[in-house]
Design a protein around this ligand. Structure first.
Ligand code: PLP
Length: 796
C-alpha cells in the first residue's frame, strides 16, 4: 500500500482530510494519530482476511488463549515495526513536520491487565502471530483498564482510566457474531426420546458483542485475532425496568478488577468470568461448525487454553454446549472436553487460589453448577476407587467442599495439560501445592518457563541496542533470538563494550529527563540506576529494598566519608486499591524519598524516585535505562517473574533471590554474572523456628530502621507505618525481610564494588544480553505449540 515515503505521504494526507474533515494545517496530533492508526488497520485487513482463509482452507488446529487480562500497551509503533514499515512512515511523517515518537505518545496504553499475567498473554499473542501459528486471544473489552495512579503527598490516588479514546483505532466491532450469555433463572429437566435433557428457564441474558483486534506478526503476513467481548443489553429483555437492566448489563465489561492475587469474592467478578467463557466457547464452536459437522472431532481441530483459573468455567461450559446443544452424552462430552482444555497455573500463594461460595455460584449459573456437581461426583468416585476409605484425601481434593467451588481443582481435573511457569514453580506444584493431583495425573504436569517478546522489549524499546547488535552479528537473531549468544565473542572487544556503555548512558539520560518531567527531580545519569518496578505486594518485598536505602542513609549520616558509589533508587508500582499494607509501603517509599532527597548531607550520593503510574509504555523507557534489576521476592513465592527477563535483555544485572525464573537466569549466565542472596526456596518452605524479633534485638542496623518507622523519624503522622512495624514484629515477618536483610546488604556492597570496575560490569552486562534469547516468548510459545497444543506454523 505504501512502499515508499512519497506514496505514504499522499495516502496519509488524503486519509486525514477524509477522516477528519480538516486540512492538514488544521489537524491536531490526535487527528494525525487516528489517521495513521486507521491507515494501518486497513493496511492489515488484507492479510487478516487471508490469514483466516488460510487457516480455514488448510483446516489447521486453532488455539484459543482465554485470559481475563491482556496487558497490551500501545500498538502503533509495535504494529509499524512488525509490518516492517516503521522507517518509511517515520521518514514520511518527518517530511510533513511530524515526529513519530511524539505521535506514539498520543496513544493511551491498552491497560486491560494488572501485571505479569496480563502482560504474558500479550507477549504470547505477539509470538503466536510472529511464528505464524494459528493462535488467538479471547478476553474482555473493559471500558476502563487498570486505574491511573497519581501520587499525592506520598499516597497513591486512583483515577479511572479511559483507553478507548484511542484504542478504538485498532478494533472492529462484529455485531453479527454476538452471543447471548444466560444468567440466573432455573434448570428444567425433561425426558424426550428416553434421554434426559436440561433447559435453562427464565434466564436473564446479556449480549456479548465481539470487538476484534488484529495481532500482526513480525514480517510474515500473518494476522491473528484478539477477540474482546463487550457486554450489552439483549434486544428483548424480559425485564420491565429497561434502564436498570441496561446498567446491570453494561457494568459486566466496565471495569477490570484491579487485583490478580486475591479472590475478590464478588458476584460481578464471577459474572465476568462466565461472560468471557460462554461468549468465547460459543463463538469457537460456531466457527468450528462452518467446516465441520460432528462435534465429536472438536478436540482434533481446537485447543482451548486457560490462563490461570479465571476462565476455568470453560470446562463446564464446553460440557454444556456439547451435551445440551450438541446432544452428546456425558462420557463422550467429557472425553472431548478433557482433550480440548489445557491450563496454566500462575501462583502458589494460597490466598490467590480462587474459590466461590455455592450460595453465589449456584443461583447465578444454575446449569453450570449442575455440571460442576456432576464432575465433582464422578471425580470423587474415581478417588474412592483408588484410595478406598481415605476420606481426608478425598475431602482435600474434591472440587466442591465446605460449600465452596475450588476453581484450581476443576482445572486440574478437566484439562489434559497443567503447566507451571518456571522450573522451580512447576516442581513446587508437583511436590507440594498440587502433590495429591500429581499422584493421580502425573502425565498432565509440565513446565513452560515464561518469556517476553523481544520485539517489544528490545527492538521497540531499545532501538540503539538493537542497531548495535545487528551491526556486529547481523540481523538473523531477530527471528532466532538464541543467536544473541554470538555476542559472547565480543567479551574482550573494548570498542564494543564502549558502545554498550554509551547506549546505556543515553538511555539513562532519557529516563532522567522523564523523571524530571514527572517530578521535577534532577537525577545524575552517571549514578547507578537501581530499579524495582512491578506490582506492589508483600511477597515481592519492596520493603527489603527500602530498608537497604534507610540503612545506607543511616550510614552516610553517621559517617559522611563512607565510601558509597552514588545511586539512584527507582521504584514504580501500583497497589491494589483495597490492599492496605501495599499502600503503606508506597507511602513509606515516598517518605524515605522526601527524607533522603532533601538532605544536603547525602545529596550527591543517594536519590530515591517513585515513578507514578507504572504501565507498559513507561516500562519500555525504564528497562533500557536500568543498571540493576531488583528481583528480591521471598524465595518460592514468585512463580516466574517476567520483569527480570526484560531487564536482563536490556543489559541490567540482577540482584535477586533464587526464585522463579531468576534461577534459570542464574543457570544461563553463571554465578559470576548475577548477584544472588538470601534464603532459597527449600529453606523458606522448611524453615523451623523463625523468630523475627531476634533479628530486631541482635542486629543494630535492623533495630534502628524498624524503630525509625514509628519514632518520629519521618515527619507527619506517627502511626503511619504501624502496620508495617506490626507485620515485622507482631506477625513474625512472614516474608523473611529481617532474615534476608544482612545477606541483601552484603550483596549490595558487592554490587557497588563491581560497578566501580566498569570493564567487568560491562562484560557481565554483555553476558546477560547474550543469554537473554532463551527468554524470548518465541521459545516459550514454540514449547507450548510442540508439547501441549500440537500445532505447527505456516511454512513461509
Ligand atoms: C513485565 C511487567 C510486569 C511484570 O513484572 P514482574 O516484575 O514480573 O512482576 C508488570 N507490569 C508491567 C507493566 C510489565 O511490563
Amino acid at each position: 500500500m505504501f512502499s515508499n515515503k512519497e506514496e505514504f505521504k499522499k495516502h496519509f494526507l488524503q486519509k486525514l482530510e477524509m477522516m477528519c474533515g480538516k486540512s492538514f494545517a488544521e489537524s491536531t496530533k490526535e487527528d494525525q494519530f487516528d489517521t495513521l492508526g486507521h491507515m494501518i488497520r486497513e493496511y492489515v485487513s488484507t492479510n487478516w482476511i487471508k490469514t483466516n482463509e488460510r487457516y480455514r482452507s488448510e483446516d489447521q488446529r486453532q488455539v484459543y488463549y482465554l485470559s481475563i487480562e491482556f496487558l497490551l500497551g500501545r500498538l502503533l509503533l509495535h504494529n509499524l515495526i512488525n509490518l516492517g514499515i516503521d522507517q518509511v512512515v517515520e521518514e514520511g511523517l518527518c517530511e510533513l513536520g511530524i515526529d513519530l515518537d511524539c505521535m506514539t505518545e498520543v496513544e493511551t496504553d491498552a491497560g486491560l491487565g494488572n501485571g505479569g499475567l496480563g502482560r504474558l498473554a500479550a507477549c504470547f499473542l505477539d509470538s503466536l502471530a510472529s511464528l505464524g501459528l494459528p493462535g488467538h486471544g479471547c478476553g474482555i473489552r473493559y471500558k476502563h483498564g487498570l486505574f491511573e495512579q497519581k501520587i499525592v503527598e506520598g499516597y497513591q490516588v486512583e483515577l479511572p482510566e479511559l483507553w478507548l479514546r484511542h484504542g478504538q483505532v485498532w478494533e472492529v466491532r462484529k455485531a453479527d457474531f454476538a452471543v447471548e450469555v444466560p444468567f440466573w433463572g432455573h434448570v428444567q429437566a425433561a425426558s424426550d426420546h428416553e434421554r434426559l435433557s436440561f433447559h435453562h428457564m427464565d434466564a436473564e441474558t446479556i449480549t456479548a458483542v465481539p470487538y476484534d483486534v488484529p495481532m500482526v506478526g513480525y514480517h510474515n503476513d500473518t494476522v491473528n485475532t484478539l477477540r474482546l467481548w463487550n457486554a450489552e443489553p439483549s434486544l428483548f429483555p424480559i425485564h420491565k425496568d429497561i434502564l436498570k437492566y441496561k446498567r446491570e448489563t453494561e457494568i459486566v465489561s466496565e471495569f477490570l478488577y484491579p487485583d490478580d492475587t486475591h479472590d475478590e469474592g464478588k458476584i460481578l467478578r464471577l459474572k465476568q468470568q462466565y461472560f468471557l467463557v460462554c461468549a468465547s466457547i460459543n463463538s469457537i464452536v460456531k466457527r468450528y461448525h462452518v467446516k465441520h459437522k460432528d462435534l465429536r472431532n472438536l478436540h482434533r481441530h481446537v485447543c482451548i487454553h486457560i490462563n490461570d483459573t479465571h476462565p476455568v468455567l470453560a470446562i463446564p461450559e464446553l460440557m454444556r454446549v456439547l451435551m445440551d446443544l450438541g446432544g452428546l452424552g456425558w462420557d463422550e462430552a467429557w472425553e472431548i472436553t478433557t482433550q480440548t482444555i489445557s491450563y496454566t497455573n500462575h501462583t502458589t500463594l494460597s490466598e490467590a487460589l480462587e474459590k466461590w461460595p455455592i450460595r453465589i455460584f449456584q443461583p447465578l449459573l444454575p446449569r453450570i453448577y449442575m455440571i460442576v456437581t456432576e464432575i465433582n461426583e464422578r471425580f470423587c468416585h474415581l478417588l474412592w476407587e483408588r484410595y478406598p476409605g481415605d476420606w481426608n484425601r478425598i475431602e482435600r481434593m474434591a472440587i466442591i467442599a465446605h460449600d465452596q467451588v475450588k476453581m484450581a481443582h476443576l482445572a486440574l481435573v478437566g484439562s489434559f495439560s497443567v503447566n507451571g511457569v518456571a522450573a522451580l514453580h512447576t516442581e513446587i506444584l508437583k511436590h507440594r501445592e498440587m502433590k495429591d493431583f500429581y499422584e493421580v495425573f502425573p502425565q498432565k504436569f509440565n513446565n513452560k518457563t515464561n518469556g517476553i517478546t523481544h520485539r517489544r522489549w528490545l527492538l521497540k524499546s531499545n532501538p540503539e541496542l538493537t542497531s548495535l547488535i545487528t551491526e556486529v552479528i547481523g540481523d538473523s537473531w531477530v527471528n532466532k533470538p538464541e543467536k544473541l549468544k554470538e555476542l559472547l565473542k565480543f567479551h574482550n572487544d573494548a570498542a564494543f563494550l564502549t558502545q554498550l556503555q554509551r547506549i546505556k548512558q543515553e538511555n539513562k539520560q532519557h529516563l532522567a529527563q522523564i523523571i524530571k518531567d514527572q517530578s521535577g527531580m534532577i537525577v545524575d545519569p552517571s549514578s547507578i540506576f537501581d530499579v524495582q518496578v512491578k506490582r506492589l505486594h508483600a511477597y515481592k518485598r519492596q520493603l527489603l529494598n527500602v530498608f537497604h536505602i534507610m540503612h545506607i542513609y543511616n550510614r552516610l549520616k553517621e559517617d559522611p566519608h563512607y565510601l558509597f558509589y552514588p545511586r539512584t533508587f527507582i521504584f514504580g508500582a501500583k497497589a491494589s486499591p483495597g490492599y492496605y499494607y501495599a499502600k503503606k509501603i508506597i507511602k513509606l517509599i515516598n517518605s524515605v524519598a522526601d527524607k533522603v532527597n532533601d538532605d544536603p548531607d547525602v545529596r550527591d550520593k543517594l536519590k530515591v524516585v517513585f515513578l507514578e503510574n507504572y504501565r507498559v509504555s513507561l516500562a519500555e523507557r525504564i528497562f533500557p535505562a536500568a543498571d540493576i534489576s531488583e528481583q528480591i521476592s521471598t524465595a518460592s513465592k514468585e512463580a516466574s517473574g517476567t520483569g527480570n527477563m526484560k531487564f536482563m535483555m536490556n543489559g541490567a544485572l540482577t540482584v535477586g533471590t533464587l526464585d522463579g525464573a531468576n534461577i534459570e537466569i542464574r543457570d544461563l549466565v553463571g554465578d559470576d554474572n548475577i548477584f544472588i542472596f538470601g534464603l532459597n526456596a527449600d529453606e523458606v518452605l522448611n524453615y523451623k523456628g523463625y523468630h523475627s524479633i531476634e533479628y530486631f534485638h541482635y542486629d543494630k542496623r535492623i533495630r534502628r530502621i524498624v524503630e525509625q518507622l514509628t519514632n518520629g523519624f519521618f515527619s507527619g503522622v506517627d502511626d503511619e507505618f504501624e502496620a508495617i512495624y506490626d507485620s515485622l514484629l507482631i506477625e513474625n515477618d512472614q516474608y523473611f525481610v529481617l532474615r534476608d536483610f544482612d545477606s541483601y546488604v552484603q550483596t549490595q556492597i558487592a554490587v557497588g564494588q563491581t560497578y566501580e570496575d566498569r570493564n567487568k560490569w560491562l562484560k557481565m552486562s554483555l553476558t546477560n544480553i547474550a543469554h537473554s534469547g532463551y527468554f524470548s516468548s518465541d521459545r516459550t510459545i514454540n514449547e507450548y505449540a510442540r508439547d501441549i497444543w500440537k500445532i505447527k506454523g505456516a511454512a513461509h
